[in-house]
Design a protein around this ligand. Structure first.
Ligand code: LMR
Length: 398
């Protein structure tokens, strides 16, 4: 029988952890696993700007007929303004873009485009990177390689090692960089480091591919996009995958965008036709609802303001939790966790061993990834001291 050849695959490290957390009956359990924003009550509420946009859409919508492989045109246009800001004008005509099912869809469509354009190219990922980058990009058939990123302490960037790695990447290969809020470490590049990457990409001929899943979660919408804006202004060719899951809280609606910068308008037209052909060949076209919500927010000044206010509140809450975490660890007399305050976005690597992570789950019902990635948004005023005390005890385990 054909399916006799199949064996059960191991669980996905992030989705498997979500399942374990849900199954744990302990009322004090803490979810520091999946990268989903939570408020102080541990809920992931629908943003008010999203609810208001949904109401508008319900009142206005007259049809559910097909979109095209491009997706919702207003979404594609307004997202480019959000991503590139005033630097968009200078790129006029050289960008191809389509709406995708989430940032995951964007990554996969980009990998398919790379295969169409240059079947010999490899994609280089930071070591470490988000667990799903390899399957999403590698399963498209593009070889995956890794460049150095973290120092031995696992808490800061090893910039000289990263520079040496990028300098040795062959022309024509693609280098994936996290725009902000690096997943899983929270360790980001400074603007000067982005400038160096742009210069080196030009000098060596590799193609930067920026993954931006957390715009607005690091410092601000503009600051989080500053590196990618610089790259797109400086190099002839680049790729971009964007997710609206986190900053619009539209996780399950699956909304994202893939874009590519080409050297000429003619090449951008060709890339656009390939994007649309690839989409047609995989899922024909994306769903409308989530993209229509984003478009509705971004084309209405008061909804945009409301959304930005809510996004800033989420960003600040995570930053405050980082401060609370460090304060609690210091109060417990445990040194060496101040780095959590310097890191950005949803995640930090806590730098503990897999055995200590397992101990936290088994004895304290605190769930984080085995590589010690903690989703800071899972902390709150009620559980932060519990987590810090448990973490302090776990340091003496194994
Ligand atoms: C995460 O990294 O936890 C999120 O991006 C969710 C996911 O799909 O893995």
């Amino acid at each position: 029988m054909m399916f006799d050849a199949l064996t059960v695959l191991p669980s996905d490290p992030i989705l498997g952890l979500m399942k374990l957390y849900r199954a744990d009956p302990n009322p004090h359990k803490v979810d520091l696993g999946v990268g989903v924003y939570k408020n102080n009550e541990g809920q992931t509420p629908v943003m008010q700007a999203v609810t208001a946009a949904e109401r508008n859409l319900l009142a206005k919508q007259t049809t559910k007929t097909y979109l095209t492989p491009l997706g919702n045109p207003a979404f594609v246009e307004h997202m480019q303004q959000l991503i590139f800001g005033s630097s968009l004008m200078a790129l006029e005509g050289r960008i191809a873009a389509v709406q995708t099912p989430g940032g995951c869809g964007a990554l996969r469509i980009a990998a398919e485009l790379i295969k169409h354009a240059n079947p010999k190219a490899s994609i280089w990922l930071s070591n470490p990177t988000w667990a799903n980058h390899k399957p999403l990009l590698g399963d498209a058939g593009v070889p995956i390689k890794h460049y150095s990123y973290l120092s031995a302490s696992q808490t800061t960037l090893d910039w000289p090692a990263m520079q040496a790695a990028l300098e040795s990447i062959p022309a024509g290969d693609v280098v994936l960089l996290h725009a902000c809020c690096h997943n899983p470490t929270g360790v980001d590049l400074t603007f000067e480091q982005w400038q160096w990457v742009a210069q080196t990409a030009q000098a060596k001929g590799f193609i930067p591919f920026i993954d931006m899943a957390y715009q607005g979660f690091g410092d601000s919408l503009a600051a989080d996009a500053a590196g990618l804006r610089h790259i797109f202004a400086a190099v002839p060719e680049a790729l971009l995958a964007v997710s609206c899951s986190k900053n619009f809280g539209l996780y399950r609606e699956r909304v994202g965008l893939v874009a590519t910068l080409c050297a000429t308008a003619q090449q951008a037209q060709a890339a656009q036709s390939h994007f649309e052909g690839i989409v047609r060949g995989i899922y024909s076209m994306p769903p409308n609802h989530g993209a229509a919500i984003v478009a509705e927010i971004l084309q209405d000044t008061s909804l945009t303001q409301q959304w930005e206010t809510e996004l800033t509140q989420m960003q600040q809450r995570i930053q405050n939790l980082r401060n609370d975490f460090v304060r609690n660890m210091n109060a417990l007399g445990v040194q060496g966790f101040d780095f959590v305050n310097q890191q950005k976005g949803m995640f930090s690597y806590l730098g503990i061993h897999a055995e200590q992570v397992a101990w936290l789950a088994q004895h304290k019902s605190i769930y984080l990834l085995s590589n010690s990635r903690a989703s800071i948004a899972g902390l709150n005023q009620d559980n932060v001291s519990y987590v810090c005390e448990a973490l302090a005890v776990s340091l003496n385990q194994a």
